[in-house]
Design a protein. Structure first.
Length: 259
């Protein structure tokens, strides 16, 4: 009888050990799956992935009024000039909610000074960048645009729309000096939302305004990856919304850029 009791006790003990081990294995599997599905926290709006691109987007809805998105910094191109004021503000006309990122005050009136707000959390070399822009005020300059392959405050590419001059242009800025690469005359109203997009692959670029490709060409000044961001000039007070970065476009052609 004692032998039978001993056998029963051993069976119960083995069963308990196996049950605990299976529970730990199941829990560990769930933790591993959660880790594999985790989304990197690169910004206020997280990264999304599809089969072809890594897509990063900011709609600024989660950013408190008066602050910047996580990981973004303010800069200026122009020696000795004060930093401009960039901040998230409320705008009920915003395309993607009720908040936008704005260059709300230049803190200077120098025509040769560029106001920057950018992030290096997304290492951009090839791909697409899109943003919606609304030019508000500016006596010296208006509008603004997209920066990419940003090395620092004095070295980057920029494509910008200026409703005061009725043109859309792309530049490179090298050691703080700007040189135009392409230009197009375009007449669009200020104080309305317009969509800018750039496509970069190797040394080749294309620039779109409201879905129309207006600029294209090649340049070799910044072949390396860099940051991305937003740009205005002088006293141009401008709002931006729906900033989206798609890394590594699989194929570069007009049909691909229009998607």
């Amino acid at each position: 009888m004692n032998g039978l009791k001993r056998i029963i006790a051993i069976v119960i003990l083995v069963g308990a050990v196996l049950w605990v081990a299976e529970g730990c294995k199941s829990k560990g599997g769930k933790q591993e799956a959660a880790s594999q599905n985790a989304v990197p926290d690169t910004a206020q709006k997280v990264s999304l992935s599809d089969e072809r691109n890594d897509v990063f987007s900011w709609d600024f809805e989660d950013v408190p009024i008066g602050e910047l998105p996580h990981g973004w910094v303010i800069g200026v191109t122009g020696p000795g000039k004060p930093l401009p004021t960039w901040q998230v503000v409320e705008d009920t006309t915003a395309p993607n909610g009720s908040k936008v990122l704005a260059m709300s005050h230049p803190n200077h009136r120098s025509a040769g000074t560029f106001n920057l707000c950018w992030t290096d959390s997304v290492p951009f070399q090839d791909g697409e960048i899109e943003v919606k822009l609304k030019a508000l005020t500016g006596r010296i300059d208006q509008g603004g645009g997209i920066m990419w392959r940003v090395q620092d405050n004095g070295n980057y590419y920029v494509a910008r729309f200026n409703p005061l001059e009725d043109n859309f242009r792309m530049y490179y800025v090298k050691d703080g000096h700007r040189k135009m690469l392409a230009t197009a005359n375009v007449k669009l109203p200020a104080d309305q939302w317009h969509t800018l997009k750039i496509v970069q692959r190797g040394n080749r670029f294309e620039c779109y305004l409201n879905g129309q490709k207006l600029l294209e060409g090649t340049d070799d000044h910044f072949p390396m990856q860099g940051g991305v961001g937003l740009w205005t000039k002088a006293d141009a007070v401008t709002e931006f919304d729906g900033f989206t970065v798609k890394l590594e476009v699989a194929k570069f052609d007009s049909s691909e850029a229009d998607q």
